[in-house]
Design a protein around this ligand. Structure first.
Ligand code: COI
Length: 354
């Protein structure tokens, strides 16, 4: 793999992992590669982390033409560095890119670039318990032109930040507001793609929820306005009458990699796990009767996050007495033990970097 490497002349101090907020402190380098319609992808390089040069008229600035991924590099107890399911991120990035008319990158090559980048940034993979190096690969269109036409130029970039817990207060059951007004996605839209615009459009409802004391919103479908879809930045899972259920992937839900891995794990434990439509009505009824035994969110950044309370209109339903459920906790322990290499990787999910 021919990647030009230009090392920084002024390496930064590593942050205090006990206090560094999620996504705020970046490593010494970044990966860059350019695309033009004539040359395809070219000039892969690792260079010192620095501001990007973007023209004010660029497609990314004007039309938000961007897709991204989030994955983590973990340090094992033996000191090795491994990536969790990077091939899944690469495949999803291409699906997102296709939806946004951005150029794709060969999956093996993309994984190769991620590995090369982490190899260079190896010292940035922290070893403190519960920490990792979060990678943020992204592709954006960079045509210096205001007219709407197929893109001629794009950039692929990877940046990295050492992270601890996504939530500053640790794994604490979160109060979640079922969002009635704003809509995140509709089938045929961009809901299944990991594009920046989906998150930008979610800020308004997220801000309102936070102001009212909620951790984030739970979206409902944009067509019938009755099915639960996903939380602010994560997928959701429920334990109802002993069975795991999660909203099915119907085109407007993000196909989460932690979601997929969690389903495989709970099925392996022998639990029944179903992907299906779940109505808000059913969820509230089950929460009130106690049939909804546990609820949690899953995503790369936070891994597993318990839901302690669901609010909808004037109802506020406490789940599992507001405590972390048994399955939620076991899933967190099992999944993170694989990711950090504390137990053998029975699924072959980890990819060693060095
Ligand atoms: C992730 O979990 O990696 C995400 O992309 C969520 C994010 C918006 C922080």
């Amino acid at each position: 793999m021919d990647v030009k490497i230009v090392k920084t002349q002024s390496p930064k101090a590593k942050p205090d992992m006990a206090t560094v907020p999620f996504g705020t402190y970046f490593s010494d380098h970044m990966f860059l590669m350019d695309y033009s319609i004539d040359k395809g992808w070219y000039d892969p390089r690792i260079v010192p982390y620095a501001p990007l040069e973007v023209e004010p008229c660029s497609t990314i600035m004007q039309y938000a033409s961007e897709v991204f991924e989030g994955l983590k590099a973990y340090r094992t107890p033996e000191g090795k560095v491994q990536l969790f399911r990077p091939d899944e991120n690469a495949k999803r990035m291409n699906n997102s890119a296709e939806r946004m008319a951005l150029p794709k990158i060969d999956v093996d090559e993309m994984v190769g670039y991620m590995k090369k980048f982490v190899e260079v940034e190896k010292d940035w993979v922290p070893s403190d318990p519960g920490t990792s190096l979060y990678l943020r690969p992204f592709i954006y269109a960079d045509d210096p032109c205001l007219s709407l036409h197929p893109y001629h130029k794009a950039v692929f970039c990877i940046i990295a930040c050492p992270v601890g817990n996504y939530f500053p207060d640790g794994m604490k059951p979160a109060p979640i507001l079922i969002e009635k007004d704003d809509v995140r996605a509709v089938r045929g839209g961009t809901g299944f793609a990991k594009c920046g615009g989906n998150y930008a459009g979610a800020m308004h409802a997220g801000e309102r929820a936070e102001k009212n004391g909620f951790s984030q919103v739970l979206w409902i479908d944009g067509v019938e306005r009755k099915y639960v879809e996903e939380a602010g930045g994560m997928n959701v899972m429920f334990k109802i009458n002993g069975e795991i259920v999660t909203p099915e992937l119907n085109g407007s839900v993000l196909p989460g990699i932690t979601r997929k891995s969690s389903l495989e794990i709970v099925k392996d434990w022998g639990m029944k796990a179903t992907e299906r439509l779940i109505t808000v009505e059913e969820l509230i009824k089950d929460a009130e009767s106690g049939a909804l035994e546990e609820a949690w969110m899953v995503g790369t950044a936070a891994v597993v996050c318990p839901i302690g309370e669901l609010a909808y209109e004037d109802k506020r339903c406490v789940i599992n007495g507001g405590k972390i459920g048994e399955v939620t906790n076991k899933l967190y322990e099992d999944l993170t033990a694989i990711q950090w290499g504390r137990v053998p990787d029975r699924y072959g999910w980890n990819v060693t970097v060095d």
